[in-house]
Ligand binder design. Structure first.
Ligand code: PLP
Length: 459
């Protein structure tokens, strides 16, 4: 970490004037920030010139690395032609139409349409509002509540944070808001009972969901939201047939399925979208992050035709859709997203991620076989997690006071690797452009860091 030494240093001014996201105020005042000075492909360099292979692509997002010339050129060209325009009051631009068409095609939401926003949180909140319109138009205005899952992350705005199933997103703010409910997390490693197999686990998850719906009243439930593979809750891959079973329950009670693809989209899990990896069939999808490789704050919601029809029906007397962000369909974000998608297509992102993901997972599996503290390696494509435990047999976790995961992150930093612990799950979501050498380097640095962690933990 860069220490705030001089009073006018970047670090000192940052500590003096800047409030950080997801950061402990006392720790940043004590230790100062990591000042990221520049990027180069899959690496970033701090102010002292130390390089890090960022195996988290920033925040699961910089899929094309940190210095993609083509994205920079697409932005520069668009800025020169039209630096801003909006999509209110029947305005559009060529890129908006092209990107919307492309997203409907890529997501397979046949006959559907795309809406643009600027963050993942906004995309998720847009899905909730559209779900309310949908039910209202169909004569069911009492269907308002949203069911999310424990350990879910869906964003930081008030409804999105309410959909999170993580205590740290709620405790300062008195959230969740009323009407935002949570059902069980489909974590086979942590959630299966003794003697239960995956099929029985899935049945229990579906039963619990149904019980919750019946308790609350089916006429009060609008939607269920889930990531295909839960990223921020600790890379949780649901058991096979989980979504098929859950969707049957949703259908029975006329509840919409909102698919948060904000991390899983654009090849991350070894398919264009996570829904293909887990066999899900949502009525709406939220996209962000990889959409523009996060070179611009742009997000999108792609909806099935019946959702758009409801919106049209609601406003048939002449009202406008009462929703919109100044930067919805920002021309520069759109131009960058179109170029990012072109690159994903040219590099055959799906095949590349499958190949490199399998190589990285192979390394991690080998590490797990030799390590006394790796309980499980899991994930799909280039979205992998390693859960470390005090006892591999019993899956007993480390004492939380040891902060084993956090300690791993610190050691990895020292070794020039950026990973991201979620409790004691070590997360890896490198830029999808990683090469075999990059993947081998990640694995090597993880192996070294784990050795040091084992020594630190006295193992
Ligand atoms: C699955 C998921 N949904 C939603 C969000 C929120 O996106 P944003 O931070 O752009 O609002 C995130 C952010 O990490 C996420 O991981």
């Amino acid at each position: 970490m860069t220490k705030p030494v001089l009073s006018n240093s970047i670090a000192a001014r940052d500590v003096a004037f800047h409030i950080h996201s997801q950061t402990n105020p006392q720790l940043i005042e004590r230790d100062g920030p990591l000042v990221v000075a520049r990027g180069e492909g899959v690496r970033v360099f701090d102010a002292a010139g130390k390089g890090y292979l960022d195996a988290m692509a920033g925040l699961w997002c910089a899929s094309l690395g940190f210095t993609n010339d083509r994205l920079a050129a697409a932005a520069a060209k668009q800025y020169a032609e039209l630096g801003f325009y909006h999509t209110f009051f029947q305005r559009t631009q060529e890129g908006v139409a092209t990107l919307a068409e492309k997203l409907v095609e890529l997501t397979g939401m046949e006959g559907g349409k795309a809406y643009f926003a600027t963050s993942g949180s906004e995309a998720n909140e847009t899905m909730v509002k559209l779900a309310w319109v949908y039910h209202t138009v169909r004569g069911k205005p009492t269907k308002r509540k949203v069911i999310a899952r424990e350990r879910a992350f869906h964003g930081s705005t008030i409804a999105a944070a309410s959909m999170c199933g993580l205590e740290f997103m709620h405790r300062e703010f008195g959230l969740p808001l009323p009407g935002f409910l949570h059902t069980l997390c489909p974590s086979p490693y942590r959630g299966m009972l003794e003697g239960e197999d995956e099929a029985a686990f899935v049945e229990r998850l579906a039963d619990e969901l149904e019980k919750l719906i019946l308790r609350e009243g089916p006429d009060s439930i609008a939607a269920f939201i889930a990531e295909p593979i839960n990223a921020g809750g600790g890379i949780i891959v649901p058991p096979a047939r989980y979504f098929a079973r859950i969707e049957a329950v949703l259908k029975k009670y006329d509840i919409l399925f909102l698919d948060d693809e904000i991390v899983c989209g654009f090849g991350r899990t070894g398919n264009w979208f996570g829904k293909e990896t887990v066999g899900a069939k949502p009525q709406m999808m939220a996209l962000a992050k990889g959409l523009s490789s996060s070179y611009f704050p742009i997000s999108a919601v792609v909806v099935a035709p019946e959702i758009y029809e409801a919106l049209k029906e609601f406003n048939k007397a002449g009202g406008n859709f009462g929703h919109g962000f100044t930067n919805s369909g920002h021309p520069v974000g759109v131009a960058i997203a179109l170029e990012a998608i072109r690159i994903y297509e040219e590099m055959n992102v799906v095949e590349h991620v499958r190949k490199l993901g399998a190589r990285l997972k192979g390394h991690f599996d080998a590490l797990a076989a030799a390590s006394p503290i790796i309980g499980e390696v899991r994930g799909a494509g280039l979205m992998l997690g390693i859960e470390i435990v005090a006892d591999k047999e019993t899956r007993v976790p480390f004492d939380p006071h040891l902060q084993a995961g956090m300690q791993f992150d610190r050691i990895a930093y020292d070794n020039g690797l950026i990973a991201r612990c979620m409790g004691d799950v070590l997360g890896f979501s490198p830029p999808v452009i990683v090469t075999e050498d990059d993947v081998d380097e990640i694995a090597d640095k993880v192996a070294r860091s784990l050795k040091s962690l084992e020594a630190y933990l006295g193992r």
